[in-house]
Design a protein around this ligand. Structure first.
Ligand code: FAD
Length: 377
């Protein structure tokens, strides 16, 4: 059975690997001329690492990244508000949480898949449903027939727009800057993900290799993203801890990536006949729980399991049945967390911090346990 995937992001590549493992013939079409992700980092959480372990990729990812055994939320001066210990999950599931450069991760995935399965410089312009499948029209003039089609083309999926007529994106009115800086954090912070919450802004940082730190800074805006400028980022975070100010000042402005945080309002149907949406194309979430790519990686595994058992149409329906509830919970919780993290009223900020401080570890552990448990094993 030949399967065509549009998009060689984390979801498309991992899905192609999972399907190849099952013996399917897979082709991935990617718009970019080369696989070159933004210079940022990513946390591959426990659930996604369990999937990578199944594909024999756990060790190479762990070797090229940095283990994270604690997530801390703090005030801008890094005074702790709350802390989640991840060691419990490392023992329970036998894999850790790894912070890694996106570029390194995508290289690992594309090396594993093999360049012969990735067709670069193929931007899908239009997809039309025909009597015997789908017609793919590429920007470079190329055309292709497809019988089984997977849309891993991200938040702005052209397949979702063309075949499902859905583009219900939700703006958070938050702008996110991301950077990687040559830096070594003090020993006590080296295996932690730290997120400092201010008033209407927050700053996260994590060691992703021996010599590099990935950081992200998020700030609310009122009307338009143009209200905020990367050139003023030092000013916006001027009252944060000296390490944070140093990380910002050490990163050349032209190497900082800017994105508006947007998600996709949960949609009812991820598939129609022999076409299925996966990853961000199906359920893009805000990054507040660090689960967008992790959920896409889980999709890859579950979808391949379903396609290994059933006809495409039935497999796609089963895939959604298995994944829907968990994914939507992540989207919903992440959206709410993004709002809470950006409270501006000092009273609300104090109350929020108190609630977070007083939340027992057992409550946080129960919530994470649900996320880290794979839907099927
Ligand atoms: C600021 C920020 C921080 C994040 N941090 C984390 C984190 O720590 N952990 C985590 O798990 N998730 C994180 N995420 C979410 C994560 O980045 C996404 O969920 C993940 O990248 C989705 O992967 P994807 O492959 O589905 O989509 P994408 O990464 O968007 O990939 C889509 C691919 O399809 C290609 N494409 C698009 N359109 C076409 C077309 N028409 N024709 C051909 N190719 C096309 C694109 O070029 C791209 O290669 C974060 C997101 C943001 C914005």
């Amino acid at each position: 059975m030949k399967i065509d995937i549009i998009g060689a992001g984390i979801c498309g590549l991992t899905t192609a690997i999972a399907l190849k493992e099952k013996g399917f013939d897979v082709q991935v079409f990617e718009q970019a001329k080369e696989i070159k992700p933004v210079g940022a980092g990513i946390i591959i959480a426990n659930n996604a690492m369990q999937v990578f372990e199944k594909f024999g990729l756990k060790n190479i990812i762990a070797k090229n990244g940095n283990p994270i055994s604690c997530v801390k939320i703090s005030k801008p001066n890094l005074d702790e508000i709350s802390k989640i210990n991840l060691e419990y999950f490392e023992h329970k599931f036998g894999v850790g949480n790894i912070a890694i450069s996106r570029g390194v991760l995508q290289q690992i995935l594309s090396d594993r898949l093999g360049s012969e399965s990735i067709i670069l410089d193929h931007k899908l312009n239009r997809v039309i449903k025909s009597t015997d499948g789908f017609q793919l029209d590429f920007e470079n003039g190329g055309q292709q027939k497809s019988n089984i089609l997977l849309a891993a083309d991200g938040l702005n999926s052209i397949i979702r727009k063309n075949l499902f007529q859905i583009n219900s994106l939700r703006k958070t009115n938050q702008l996110c800057w991301r950077g990687i800086t040559p830096y070594q954090l003090p020993l006590k912070l080296r295996n932690e993900l730290n997120e400092a919450w201010g008033k209407g802004d927050r700053f996260g940082f994590v060691q992703i290799s021996k010599s590099e730190v990935y950081w992200f800074a998020v700030k609310s805006f009122v009307n338009k993203r143009d209200e905020l400028s990367v050139n003023k980022i030092d000013e916006y975070f001027g009252n944060y801890h000296p390490i944070i100010k140093e990380l910002i000042s050490l990163t050349p402005k032209e190497k900082i990536h800017t994105d508006e945080l947007i998600d996709l309002k949960p949609i009812k149907n991820w598939s129609s006949g022999n076409v299925c949406l996966i990853g961000d194309a199906a359920h893009a979430t805000t990054p507040n729980m660090g689960q967008g790519a992790c959920q896409a990686i889980e999709d890859a595994y579950v979808l391949a399991e379903c396609l290994g058992k059933y006809s495409p149409e039935k497999a796609f329906r089963n895939f959604q049945k298995i994944r829907f509830q968990k994914v939507n919970q992540v989207v919903k919780t992440s959206w709410a967390l993004g709002k809470v993290a950006h409270f501006e009223n000092p009273l609300a900020v104090n109350l929020r911090n108190r609630i977070f401080r007083l939340t027992p570890e057992s409550v946080n552990r129960k919530k994470l346990d649900k996320i880290f448990n794979l839907d099927i094993n």
